[in-house]
Ligand binder design. Structure first.
Ligand code: FEO
Length: 168
């Protein structure tokens, strides 16, 4: 139902989503090591969401009868300059993921692969939300990073994030 080229791009995207999960888990570990457990929770939840994104693509390839080939996941960075650096890198990474999804969409459009175009619409919307929230957190971390009391409250705020498997 879908071309080999599109199946390859989606297989690669599965690995990219899994890499994103590892990257966010690494960010979570960085905050855990500094006793900022609320922020660590935020990235832990984000990591789980990325795995769900990969699962969604896995299921799609199954549904359209394409071969699923699990790729190798590179080790993510674990050294960050400071808290602001982590949030900036998270935003940067979301932008890379967005471009990667747009690239699959562009190819699917060119092939007239309307099933994949429709399937990817969910991811396009998700990326808009993810970039918006990552960007907002960069703004917030810049406001609070030099103020321990504000940082404490920011950490509390991010401790509220709960993983919702139905949201992805
Ligand atoms: Fe699966 Fe954060 O993009």
């Amino acid at each position: 139902m879908i071309s080999e080229k599109i199946a390859t791009l989606i297989n690669e995207q599965i690995t990219k989503e899994q890499y994103a999960a590892q990257y966010y888990l690494s960010m979570s570990a960085w905050f855990s090591a500094r006793d900022l457990d609320g922020i660590a929770n935020y990235f832990r939840v984000q990591s789980k969401e990325e795995l769900m994104h990969a699962d969604k693509m896995f299921d799609y390839l199954n549904d359209v009868g394409s071969e699923i080939i699990i790729g190798q996941i590179d080790q993510p960075p674990h050294v960050f300059a400071d808290a602001k650096d982590v949030f900036e890198k998270a935003l940067e990474h979301e932008k890379i993921v967005t471009q990667s999804i747009f690239n699959i969409l562009k190819n699917a459009n060119e092939e007239g692969d309307f099933a994949t175009v429709s399937f990817l619409q969910w991811f396009v919307n998700e990326q808009v939300e993810e970039e918006a929230s990552a960007s907002q957190l960069v703004t917030k971390i810049k406001m609070v990073c030099d103020n321990p009391s504000a940082m404490y409250l920011f950490d509390q705020e991010l401790s509220q994030r709960v993983f919702d498997p139905n949201a992805v």
